[in-house]
Design a protein around this ligand. Structure first.
Ligand code: SAH
Length: 224
């Protein structure tokens, strides 16, 4: 069973800002999955923002987190998670931990989360932050996420939080039968959110609309 008591979202302030964020930015735009809405209303997004950006944590826009990276706009985080249709029993792989915000939201919707970040400073600070906030079912790994994290595969769901021209092959391989993978696919300035479902070892692709993410680097991403 998934519990929504993990983390300290319930006891911190900004609860009203979170409620407004969920109602005006997310539910109103069509995300109807109540578990996703509750998780978004629970995780204290301001705890993941740099100190100078705390006042912007619940705004309807991406949030800079340093090192040229951003956490996606709250609506995009919610829409990606809703597309995965998580039940609470899955093992999930996230590529691009960033500040750990999306991993924290996923941790309330799944059994176990593995998240991979290639910038050592972000991997370390996110692991510390998630531990401090009590998200015990999230495991942060430092490395090239385009290789996935084979040790814990297969995954019931995979989400890629950075954009590449194609989805890295190792990630499609590490997706369980019946599993779902959501990723921004395309060039730097033209990307489409795509949802892949694995059925009988075949991938069914659904286009979910235009989006804009920072680039996915690494062996099967952009070389840099
Ligand atoms: N989900 C994050 C935001 C992700 S921003 C959050 O909630 O904060 C995209 C992240 O992907 C950045 O932190 C970037 O460093 C990371 N990234 C880019 N290429 C990567 C790769 N090959 N492996 C792992 N992480 C990568």
């Amino acid at each position: 069973m998934t519990s929504f008591s993990k983390g300290n979202g319930g006891s911190s302030n900004f609860a009203e800002e979170r409620r407004l964020m969920v109602e005006s930015q997310i539910r109103k735009r069509g995300v109807a999955d109540e578990r996703v809405l509750l998780a978004m209303a629970t995780v204290p997004r301001h705890e993941f923002a740099p100190r100078s950006r705390v006042h912007q944590a619940y705004a309807d826009e991406p949030l800079p987190i340093g090192y040229g990276q951003t956490i996606s706009q709250p609506y995009i985080v919610a829409a990606m998670l809703a597309s995965l249709e998580l039940t609470g029993r899955e093992k999930v792989l996230e590529i691009g931990t960033g500040c750990g915000y999306q991993a924290a939201v996923v941790s309330l919707l799944a059994r176990e989360v593995h998240t991979v970040e290639h910038l050592p400073e972000l991997a370390q600070s996110s692991a510390e932050r998630l531990r401090r906030l009590g998200y015990r079912n999230v495991h942060v790994h430092y490395g090239d996420g385009t290789l996935g994290f084979a040790d814990s595969s297969p995954y019931g769901a995979i989400l890629i939080a950075a954009a590449a021209p194609t989805v890295p092959e190792p990630l499609l391989e590490q997706l369980a039968e019946g599993g779902r993978l959501v990723a921004p696919v395309g060039e730097e300035d033209r990307q489409e959110l795509q949802l892949f479902t694995k059925r009988a070892s075949q991938l069914i692709v659904k286009q979910c609309g235009p989006c804009r993410f920072v680039p996915l680097m690494g062996k099967y991403g952009r070389r840099g």
